[in-house]
Every structure is written in structure tokens, then in C-alpha cells.
Design a protein around this ligand. Structure first.
Ligand SMILES: [Zn+2]
Length: 166
């Protein structure tokens, strides 16, 4: 499948504003041109145990941010992968992700905000555009109701919570 068709499949239905040239989309297409189509499959669910690990990691890192990546199988986020070098230290926990090798099963990022606001910062938006398509931010106090998910463009998306075994 050509990458334009895969892109169209990834972005789904478009609105007029989506027709504007999007440098992030072009970069995404370039990076994934030789990857399996699975990489651009829409992810719509997250396993409950993954979310709970996210909450625990965020609490353990507080008042610092923690950062990690998310692995998906099919349409479901199934695994949290911590980025060890970043835990507790840097001002922005996710910057080392720019150096990660390409792994098609890694579909996005997760990080915590020690503030009560799960709103992406400008740096977050840059990272979202650069890396993956499904991103989670969990805000203090790191529990259900304090996390949100975003697509590569920083638009809020819904992730359905599914039980661990299914
Ligand atoms: Zn952030």
C-alpha cells in the first residue's frame, strides 16, 4: 500500500483544515514508508493494568515528571515502557525519545504532569508531532479522571479502558 493511502487510512475522515500541508504528517509518512501497515492502525483502547502502572510510576516520580513509551497490539495499548534515564531528572521527561530507534509496536508516549493539568505544553506538542500517534498525559494526583489522551496533532482522543485479560 502506498504511503498516501496509508496516511489517509491513519488520518481517517478529513475536515477542510486538515487539507493544509502538515509538516508533521510528511515527516511521519517519510519515517513509516517502509514499515508494516500495523504501525498506522488507529489505537482506541488501553488496558487497565497499563493505566494503573502509569499512575504508580507518576506517583513514584512526583514531584518530577516521568516519561515512557506505549506499546500496542492491534487497537489496544498493552504495555508501558519506562524510559529509565529520564525518571525524576530532567525538566522535560520525554526529550530523550528523540533518539530512540524506530519500533513499529511503539505507538506513542506517556508522561506525567506534576501540576493538575493534563494539557500538552508546546514541547509536548512538538514531541507528539515527531513521535507516534497516541499519547497519554496523566496529571497530579495521577488517577482515573486525571489523564487524557491525544493524537499526533495534540487533539484529544478517547481511549477505552479494557480489562487485562480478554
Ligand atoms: Zn508535558
Amino acid at each position: 500500500m502506498g504511503f498516501l493511502r496509508r496516511l489517509k487510512r491513519f488520518f481517517g475522515s478529513t475536515t477542510p483544515e486538515d487539507h493544509a500541508p502538515d509538516p508533521a504528517a510528511e515527516r511521519f509518512a517519510d519515517e513509516t514508508e517502509d514499515e508494516e501497515p500495523e504501525y498506522v492502525r488507529k489505537v482506541t483502547k488501553i488496558r487497565r493494568d497499563v493505566l494503573e502502572m502509569v499512575f504508580e510510576a507518576a506517583k513514584a516520580s512526583h514531584p518530577h515528571e516521568f516519561g515512557g513509551t506505549l506499546r500496542a497490539e492491534g487497537d489496544t495499548v498493552t504495555e508501558l515502557i519506562l524510559v529509565p534515564a529520564t525518571i525524576g531528572g530532567e525538566r522535560h521527561a520525554l526529550l530523550p525519545l528523540y533518539n530512540l530507534p524506530v519500533d513499529p509496536s511503539i505507538i506513542g508516549t506517556v508522561h506525567s504532569h506534576p501540576s493538575p493539568y493534563a494539557i500538552p505544553s508546546d514541547a509536548d506538542l512538538s514531541l507528539f508531532r515527531y513521535f507516534g500517534h497516541t499519547h497519554v498525559i496523566v496529571a497530579n494526583p495521577y488517577r482515573h479522571g486525571t489523564w487524557r489522551a491525544y493524537d499526533h496533532g495534540g487533539r484529544e482522543i478517547e481511549l477505552e479502558i479494557v480489562e487485562d485479560s480478554f
